[in-house]
Design a protein around this ligand. Structure first.
Ligand code: NDP
Length: 483
């Protein structure tokens, strides 16, 4: 007898780790071997549906500390001077499936869950400051074009460039993906961005628009195409392992958290639409302002329950921070929560990694896998002392929208709203000659791997629109490879 014995899922001592129940040593297996059946059935149910994008990921727990006083702009408790808040951060690839390699050319997910005293705040961002599309109706199409084809189940660069070149708003992010930063050396060596404009509300009831930036304190480091490919073949979990091992060694990665703040009045007449998520707010107009420090200092102990089942939702906001007219943000506010209900279940917020660390007084009730008991009264309004919604406390941010007819239309254009300008500025004004050379190399090798006419000609035109010289060099390079 041992005290360290296997049990069934119901806690009873298990009959054997090694042998199924059979009729004699060589005979058939018996249906009453409930333990064999439990083992096989549980195994068959181990995987929950993987995320559509960002399927492969890792994460860590840590803390966020406010280092500056921005209380004039937001009353959110998490952003008040001196506040310290526990966080969970998930870092991920994007297009690849759960078994994909960490060192492929792709965007990376950068999602932060702040367990604030006023509810959970999720900033569900990327390692780039811009998104690839701006209208949520294209979201499923965009993800499908980065995934696999129907007739062979394979990823396909032709499909990818077809979608990108037919969606010129992609140019800014695609330029970043094809640049050095398209393969961060590790998750620790990349920045994070909240992408969208959010609203902040202060104690006086005034709002402003904000963007979040998480600047790596480890320094930006990246891999060349060839280094990335080599690591993908030898250690596909390179990025996950690096984060885990660094924290294990006590080398806690951190990010300096900064914001850009745009006054509401300026936003109305700013030269580009500040809610277009394919654009940045130029630093010269809206400099980065210190907000705090994000540090990761504790590894998860079980990837499935703490990372795979972690759920982040752009609508998860707290008093003092709200949505904005960014259409993609508004679309994501529905889509992510819906994905979690499908993937993890209606009660996903009760799992420890997702559960708020403040009291929950919701009237939601029952559903699969609910384990936090509901209490009476189970409806509102009621005469029996149940919680009452407090709109003042909720402080939902509101903004005035244009009246008029319902339409399906692009944003109203402003002078600097073209799709190529900021991508071109990145190539010409931010990159140096060596970076531009590597950009051309990266695009040429990506496009040479399977892009065909009529997509090919559009790829050349796309890059000529970003920058005529870079476009020509890319066309020359691809045509030389095709000879
Ligand atoms: P600045 O000229 O003031 O600074 C350039 C910015 O580009 C820095 O934040 C730098 O990050 C970042 N950067 C450098 N190389 C790359 C790359 N390969 N991929 C992504 N980002 C990179 O910026 P401006 O505001 O004047 O904008 C110029 C261009 O810079 C924009 O069109 C945009 O493409 C890019 N950019 C702008 C950002 C913004 O919020 N304004 C944010 C990120 C990029 P770092 O400081 O870490 O070196």
């Amino acid at each position: 007898m041992t005290d360290n014995y296997t049990t069934t899922n119901a806690g009873a001592p298990a009959p054997s780790d090694e042998h199924s129940l059979s009729l004699g040593p060589d005979g058939p297996l018996l249906l009453q071997d409930f333990y064999l059946i439990e083992q096989l059935a549980a195994f068959n149910r181990e995987r929950v549906p993987e995320r559509q994008p960002h399927a492969k990921g890792t994460g860590a727990f840590g803390r966020f500390e406010v280092t500056n006083d921005l209380s004039a702009y937001t009353k959110a408790a998490v952003f008040q001077p001196g506040a310290k808040t526990e966080v969970f951060v998930r870092l991920s690839g994007n297009a690849g499936e759960r078994g994909s390699a960490d060192t492929v050319r792709d965007t990376r997910g950068f999602s932060v869950k702040f367990y604030t005293s006023e509810g959970n705040l999720d900033i569900v961002g990327l390692d780039f400051p811009v998104f690839v599309i701006r209208d949520p109706i294209k979201f499923p199409q965009m993800v499908r074009s980065a995934k696999t084809r129907a007739n062979n189940g394979c990823h396909d660069h032709n499909m990818q460039w077809d979608f990108w070149t037919l969606s010129p708003e992609s140019a800014h992010q695609v330029t970043m993906i094809m640049s050095d930063r398209g393969i961060p050396k590790t998750f620790r060596n990349m920045d994070g961005f909240g992408l969208h404009a959010f609203s902040w509300l202060n104690a006086a009831g005034e709002i402003c628009w904000v963007k979040f930036h998480f600047k790596t304190d480890q320094g930006i480091e990246w891999l060349t195409q060839e280094e990335g490919e080599q690591l993908a073949g030898t250690d596909s979990d390179y990025g996950m392992r690096d984060l885990h091992d660094a924290i294990e060694r006590g080398e806690y990665p951190s990010w300096s958290v900064k914001v850009q703040i745009m006054p509401v009045e300026e936003a109305k007449s700013y030269r580009l639409n500040p809610f277009d998520v394919t654009k940045v707010w130029p630093h010269a107009d809206y400099p980065l302002i210190d907000l705090g420090k994000l540090t990761l200092d504790r590894n998860f102990t079980d990837h499935h329950t703490e990372v795979e089942q972690a759920t982040f939702a752009p609508h998860a906001l707290v008093p003092g921070i709200g949505l904005s007219p960014d259409k993609l943000l508004l679309g994501r506010s529905f889509a992510y929560a819906d994905a979690h209900r499908y993937r993890v279940g209606a009660n996903h917020n009760q799992l420890p990694v997702n559960a708020p660390k403040c009291p929950v007084h919701s009237y939601s009730k029952d559903g699969q896998m609910r384990f936090v008991p509901s209490t009476d009264p189970v409806y509102a309004p009621n005469s029996y002392g149940g919680p009452k919604a407090d709109p003042d406390r909720a402080s939902v941010v509101r903004w005035a929208a244009d009246g008029g007819m319902m339409v399906r239309a692009a944003y109203t254009l402003r002078p600097d709203d073209d799709d190529w300008g900021q991508a071109g500025a990145l190539v010409r004004d931010v990159m140096d000659d060596a970076e531009r050379e590597r950009l051309v190399h990266n695009v040429v090798s990506h496009v040479s791997a399977g892009v065909k006419e009529p997509v090919l000609s559009r790829v050349f035109e796309y890059w000529r629109n970003i920058d005529p010289d870079i476009g020509k060099r890319i066309e020359d390079g691809v045509r030389a490879n095709l000879k």
